[in-house]
Design a protein around this ligand. Structure first.
Ligand code: HPA
Length: 252
């Protein structure tokens, strides 16, 4: 495993002409952040040795390097989900490579279903906790959360805070499952993020995560969820999400 990581990192170092310490996984709600990257250069996943290979033709994704504001960054456009058939090792491999490349801070986003009755569709939720494993006493960095709160307040963007629970997917939840997750302490549920956050913590990378609530798993408010509706709600929240992330990455 270590050899594979080092081989991949060595390949990338040979093609990189910046040394970013900041990485972004461009999950749902952050797609448009990619268009704001300047001095951009890209490396397709399929060119990178040992990188997971996409099962969907033409959707392999790429690493984008460049500047966001004044910061050198590396962004993953296209993430790997367990429900697509990748192993957990494959899902988290890019994060281990990030560490080898010198990444210190990772920014992630996702879409999730809110189980907290105070949430509304379109809300942004700063992820405050979730997984516990290896040391997960501070899985989501408190200083970054404090800065994000300050940015949201300055810009008049409403944010929620809460626990994100990650499932294997690909199904949305039954009403009983949403209820169970809320009883267990989750404020939102989704199908990504947790594996990468665990690995990032394991290898000493600080993490900030933000989730867009795209549907509600709250008793009395549960309606049929479709991928299209999730996408629509995420697209609508995208400008707010992008604004917080852009600003936070600059101040981090
Ligand atoms: N459940 C799981 N994953 C999700 C949901 C949900 O309700 N909404 C968006 N991703």
């Amino acid at each position: 495993m270590l050899e594979l990581i080092q081989e991949t990192a060595a390949y990338l170092k040979g093609r990189m002409h910046t040394q970013p310490e900041t990485a972004i996984i461009l999950g749902t709600g952050l797609g448009s952040l990619a268009t704001e990257i300047t001095e951009k250069y890209e490396i397709k996943y399929e060119e990178i040795p040992n990188f997971p290979v996409s099962t969907v033709e033409g959707h392999s994704g790429k690493l984008i390097f460049g500047k966001l504001g004044n910061k050198d960054i590396m962004a993953m456009q296209g993430r790997f989900h367990y429900y697509e058939g990748y192993s957990m090792k494959e899902v988290t491999f890019p994060v281990r490579v990030m560490r080898e490349l010198g990444i210190k801070t990772l920014f992630v986003s996702n879409a999730s279903g809110g189980t907290n009755p105070d949430f509304e569709i379109g809300d942004l939720m700063i992820i405050t906790d979730g997984p516990r494993f290896p040391d997960m006493s501070e899985a989501y960095d408190k200083e970054l959360i404090r800065k994000a709160n300050a940015i949201a307040a300055e810009k008049g963007i409403k944010v929620q805070h809460g626990v994100y629970i990650g499932t294997q997917g690909p199904t949305f939840e039954t009403p009983s499952e949403y209820k169970l997750f809320h009883i267990l302490g989750a404020d939102a549920v989704g199908m990504s993020t947790v594996p990468e956050v665990i690995v990032a913590n394991h290898c000493g990378i600080k993490v900030f995560g933000i989730s867009v609530i795209t549907d509600l798993g709250v008793e009395g408010k549960i309606v049929e969820v479709t991928h299209e509706e999730v996408q629509k709600a995420a697209d609508a929240a995208q400008p707010k999400m992008t604004e917080i992330m852009r600003e936070l990455i600059n101040r981090a």
